[in-house]
Design a protein around this ligand. Sequence first.
Ligand code: DX5
Ligand code: ZN
Length: 220
Amino acid sequence: MPEKRHLKISPSILTSDFTRLGETIDTLCSSRCDYIHLDVMDGVFVPNISYGFPVIRDIAKKATKPLDVHLMIVDPDRYISVLRDASPEYVSVHYEACTHLNRSLQNIRANGMKAGVVLNPHTPVTSLEYIAEYCDLVVLMSVNPGFGGQSFIENTFRKVTQTKELLLRTGSKAMVEVDGGVNLNNAGALRDAGADIVVTGNAVFASGNPADTIELFKSV
Ligand code: DX5
Ligand code: ZN
Protein backbone atom coordinates (compact mmCIF):
# COMPACT_ATOMS: atom_id res chain seq x y z
CA MET A 1 0.00 0.00 0.00
CA PRO A 2 1.43 3.47 -0.85
CA GLU A 3 2.48 5.49 2.19
CA LYS A 4 0.00 8.13 3.35
CA ARG A 5 1.06 11.70 2.56
CA HIS A 6 1.37 13.82 5.68
CA LEU A 7 -0.98 16.75 5.85
CA LYS A 8 0.43 19.99 7.23
CA ILE A 9 -1.72 21.87 9.73
CA SER A 10 -2.05 25.65 9.90
CA PRO A 11 -4.34 26.62 12.80
CA SER A 12 -6.08 29.98 12.40
CA ILE A 13 -6.30 32.00 15.62
CA LEU A 14 -9.32 33.95 14.31
CA THR A 15 -11.83 32.30 16.65
CA SER A 16 -9.46 32.00 19.61
CA ASP A 17 -9.87 34.10 22.78
CA PHE A 18 -7.88 37.27 22.02
CA THR A 19 -7.61 38.14 25.72
CA ARG A 20 -5.33 35.08 25.95
CA LEU A 21 -3.37 35.54 22.75
CA GLY A 22 0.06 34.90 24.34
CA GLU A 23 -1.08 31.58 25.82
CA THR A 24 -2.61 30.60 22.50
CA ILE A 25 0.66 31.23 20.67
CA ASP A 26 2.56 29.20 23.30
CA THR A 27 0.06 26.34 22.99
CA LEU A 28 0.38 26.29 19.20
CA CYS A 29 4.16 26.51 19.31
CA SER A 30 4.44 23.53 21.63
CA SER A 31 1.94 21.53 19.54
CA ARG A 32 2.73 19.61 16.35
CA CYS A 33 1.14 22.20 14.07
CA ASP A 34 3.24 23.24 11.09
CA TYR A 35 2.32 26.92 10.72
CA ILE A 36 0.22 29.58 12.43
CA HIS A 37 -2.40 31.03 10.09
CA LEU A 38 -3.07 34.75 10.56
CA ASP A 39 -6.21 36.23 8.96
CA VAL A 40 -6.02 39.95 8.21
CA MET A 41 -9.37 41.54 7.24
CA ASP A 42 -10.03 45.15 6.29
CA GLY A 43 -13.83 45.42 6.35
CA VAL A 44 -13.74 46.30 2.62
CA PHE A 45 -12.62 43.20 0.75
CA VAL A 46 -14.50 41.12 3.35
CA PRO A 47 -17.37 42.21 5.62
CA ASN A 48 -15.33 41.92 8.81
CA ILE A 49 -12.27 43.47 10.48
CA SER A 50 -9.92 41.19 12.43
CA TYR A 51 -6.48 42.44 13.49
CA GLY A 52 -3.54 44.10 11.82
CA PHE A 53 0.19 44.45 11.57
CA PRO A 54 1.12 45.55 15.14
CA VAL A 55 -0.53 42.35 16.40
CA ILE A 56 1.30 40.24 13.80
CA ARG A 57 4.59 41.88 14.72
CA ASP A 58 4.12 40.92 18.39
CA ILE A 59 3.04 37.37 17.50
CA ALA A 60 6.18 37.06 15.36
CA LYS A 61 8.37 38.01 18.34
CA LYS A 62 6.90 35.17 20.40
CA ALA A 63 6.16 32.46 17.85
CA THR A 64 8.59 29.66 17.12
CA LYS A 65 6.44 28.26 14.30
CA PRO A 66 6.42 29.78 10.81
CA LEU A 67 3.65 32.28 10.12
CA ASP A 68 1.17 31.84 7.27
CA VAL A 69 -0.39 35.27 6.65
CA HIS A 70 -3.68 35.49 4.72
CA LEU A 71 -4.44 39.03 3.58
CA MET A 72 -8.15 39.65 2.97
CA ILE A 73 -7.60 43.28 2.08
CA VAL A 74 -7.78 45.48 -0.99
CA ASP A 75 -4.53 46.68 -2.53
CA PRO A 76 -2.30 44.45 -0.37
CA ASP A 77 0.92 45.78 -1.97
CA ARG A 78 0.74 48.68 0.50
CA TYR A 79 1.66 46.33 3.36
CA ILE A 80 4.17 43.85 1.95
CA SER A 81 7.25 45.72 3.15
CA VAL A 82 5.65 46.22 6.60
CA LEU A 83 5.12 42.47 6.87
CA ARG A 84 8.75 41.76 6.11
CA ASP A 85 9.64 42.74 9.71
CA ALA A 86 7.59 39.78 10.97
CA SER A 87 9.44 37.38 8.60
CA PRO A 88 6.42 35.22 7.79
CA GLU A 89 6.97 32.06 5.77
CA TYR A 90 3.99 32.74 3.47
CA VAL A 91 2.10 35.89 2.55
CA SER A 92 -1.02 35.20 0.52
CA VAL A 93 -3.06 37.74 -1.40
CA HIS A 94 -6.43 37.29 -3.05
CA TYR A 95 -6.67 36.87 -6.81
CA GLU A 96 -9.84 39.00 -6.60
CA ALA A 97 -8.10 41.85 -4.73
CA CYS A 98 -5.07 42.36 -6.98
CA THR A 99 -5.27 44.23 -10.28
CA HIS A 100 -1.62 43.42 -10.96
CA LEU A 101 -1.32 40.04 -9.31
CA ASN A 102 1.94 39.14 -11.01
CA ARG A 103 3.54 42.30 -9.59
CA SER A 104 2.13 41.62 -6.12
CA LEU A 105 3.56 38.09 -6.03
CA GLN A 106 6.94 39.26 -7.27
CA ASN A 107 6.88 41.99 -4.63
CA ILE A 108 6.32 39.40 -1.88
CA ARG A 109 9.21 37.27 -3.14
CA ALA A 110 11.46 40.32 -3.53
CA ASN A 111 10.84 41.03 0.15
CA GLY A 112 12.15 37.58 1.08
CA MET A 113 8.83 35.85 1.74
CA LYS A 114 7.02 33.04 -0.06
CA ALA A 115 4.14 34.18 -2.23
CA GLY A 116 0.63 32.75 -2.05
CA VAL A 117 -2.45 33.40 -4.12
CA VAL A 118 -5.93 32.80 -2.69
CA LEU A 119 -8.97 31.91 -4.78
CA ASN A 120 -12.47 32.66 -3.51
CA PRO A 121 -14.95 29.77 -3.81
CA HIS A 122 -16.38 31.08 -7.11
CA THR A 123 -13.04 31.80 -8.79
CA PRO A 124 -12.12 29.10 -11.32
CA VAL A 125 -8.88 27.15 -11.05
CA THR A 126 -8.08 28.19 -14.65
CA SER A 127 -7.36 31.69 -13.26
CA LEU A 128 -4.04 30.25 -12.12
CA GLU A 129 -2.89 29.39 -15.65
CA TYR A 130 -0.50 32.33 -16.12
CA ILE A 131 0.36 32.91 -12.48
CA ALA A 132 1.11 29.42 -11.10
CA GLU A 133 4.83 29.68 -11.80
CA TYR A 134 5.04 32.80 -9.60
CA CYS A 135 3.30 31.11 -6.64
CA ASP A 136 4.78 29.20 -3.72
CA LEU A 137 1.31 28.52 -2.32
CA VAL A 138 -2.20 28.30 -3.73
CA VAL A 139 -4.93 28.75 -1.12
CA LEU A 140 -8.38 27.49 -2.04
CA MET A 141 -11.12 29.12 0.02
CA SER A 142 -13.65 26.48 1.05
CA VAL A 143 -15.92 29.11 2.67
CA ASN A 144 -16.66 32.70 1.68
CA PRO A 145 -13.90 34.60 3.48
CA GLY A 146 -14.66 36.89 6.40
CA PHE A 147 -15.63 34.65 9.30
CA GLY A 148 -14.50 31.52 11.12
CA GLY A 149 -16.81 28.64 11.91
CA GLN A 150 -18.63 28.39 8.56
CA SER A 151 -19.62 25.21 6.70
CA PHE A 152 -17.25 23.65 4.18
CA ILE A 153 -18.19 24.05 0.49
CA GLU A 154 -18.13 20.53 -0.93
CA ASN A 155 -17.04 21.33 -4.49
CA THR A 156 -13.63 22.26 -3.03
CA PHE A 157 -12.59 18.60 -3.37
CA ARG A 158 -12.91 18.91 -7.15
CA LYS A 159 -11.06 22.21 -7.06
CA VAL A 160 -8.14 20.68 -5.16
CA THR A 161 -7.76 17.93 -7.78
CA GLN A 162 -7.96 20.45 -10.65
CA THR A 163 -5.41 22.71 -8.94
CA LYS A 164 -2.95 19.85 -8.49
CA GLU A 165 -3.32 18.98 -12.19
CA LEU A 166 -2.73 22.59 -13.25
CA LEU A 167 0.34 22.94 -11.01
CA LEU A 168 1.81 19.74 -12.39
CA ARG A 169 1.15 20.77 -15.99
CA THR A 170 2.62 24.27 -15.54
CA GLY A 171 5.66 22.98 -13.63
CA SER A 172 4.77 25.00 -10.53
CA LYS A 173 6.08 23.73 -7.20
CA ALA A 174 3.38 25.57 -5.21
CA MET A 175 1.80 23.87 -2.21
CA VAL A 176 -1.99 23.62 -2.06
CA GLU A 177 -3.73 24.86 1.08
CA VAL A 178 -7.45 24.61 1.85
CA ASP A 179 -8.97 27.27 4.10
CA GLY A 180 -12.39 27.25 5.75
CA GLY A 181 -14.66 24.70 7.40
CA VAL A 182 -11.95 22.04 7.61
CA ASN A 183 -12.55 19.48 10.34
CA LEU A 184 -11.51 15.97 11.34
CA ASN A 185 -14.18 14.50 9.04
CA ASN A 186 -13.02 16.12 5.80
CA ALA A 187 -9.25 16.59 6.35
CA GLY A 188 -8.31 13.06 5.22
CA ALA A 189 -10.32 13.33 2.01
CA LEU A 190 -8.73 16.72 1.29
CA ARG A 191 -5.29 15.18 1.66
CA ASP A 192 -6.30 12.33 -0.66
CA ALA A 193 -7.58 14.87 -3.21
CA GLY A 194 -4.13 16.51 -3.16
CA ALA A 195 -4.12 19.15 -0.40
CA ASP A 196 -0.74 19.73 1.26
CA ILE A 197 -1.85 22.07 4.06
CA VAL A 198 -5.20 22.63 5.79
CA VAL A 199 -6.20 25.67 7.82
CA THR A 200 -8.21 24.80 10.91
CA GLY A 201 -9.81 27.47 13.04
CA ASN A 202 -13.01 26.56 14.75
CA ALA A 203 -12.32 22.81 14.76
CA VAL A 204 -9.25 23.49 16.91
CA PHE A 205 -10.41 26.36 19.12
CA ALA A 206 -13.98 25.21 19.82
CA SER A 207 -12.73 21.76 20.76
CA GLY A 208 -11.77 22.67 24.33
CA ASN A 209 -8.28 21.26 23.85
CA PRO A 210 -6.46 22.78 20.87
CA ALA A 211 -3.23 20.79 21.34
CA ASP A 212 -5.06 17.43 21.46
CA THR A 213 -7.14 18.35 18.42
CA ILE A 214 -4.02 19.31 16.45
CA GLU A 215 -2.61 15.90 17.40
CA LEU A 216 -5.77 14.27 15.95
CA PHE A 217 -5.37 16.28 12.73
CA LYS A 218 -1.75 15.11 12.49
CA SER A 219 -2.85 11.49 12.68
CA VAL A 220 -5.56 11.81 10.02
C1 DX5 B 1 -11.99 32.81 6.81
C2 DX5 B 1 -10.54 32.62 7.19
C3 DX5 B 1 -10.21 31.27 7.69
C4 DX5 B 1 -10.96 30.86 8.90
C5 DX5 B 1 -10.77 29.39 9.13
O1 DX5 B 1 -12.15 34.06 6.22
O2 DX5 B 1 -9.71 32.88 6.09
O3 DX5 B 1 -8.82 31.15 7.88
O4 DX5 B 1 -10.61 31.57 10.03
O5 DX5 B 1 -11.55 29.07 10.22
P1 DX5 B 1 -12.56 27.85 10.23
O6 DX5 B 1 -11.72 26.61 10.27
O7 DX5 B 1 -13.30 28.09 11.50
O8 DX5 B 1 -13.43 27.92 9.01
ZN1 ZN C 1 -7.54 32.29 6.28
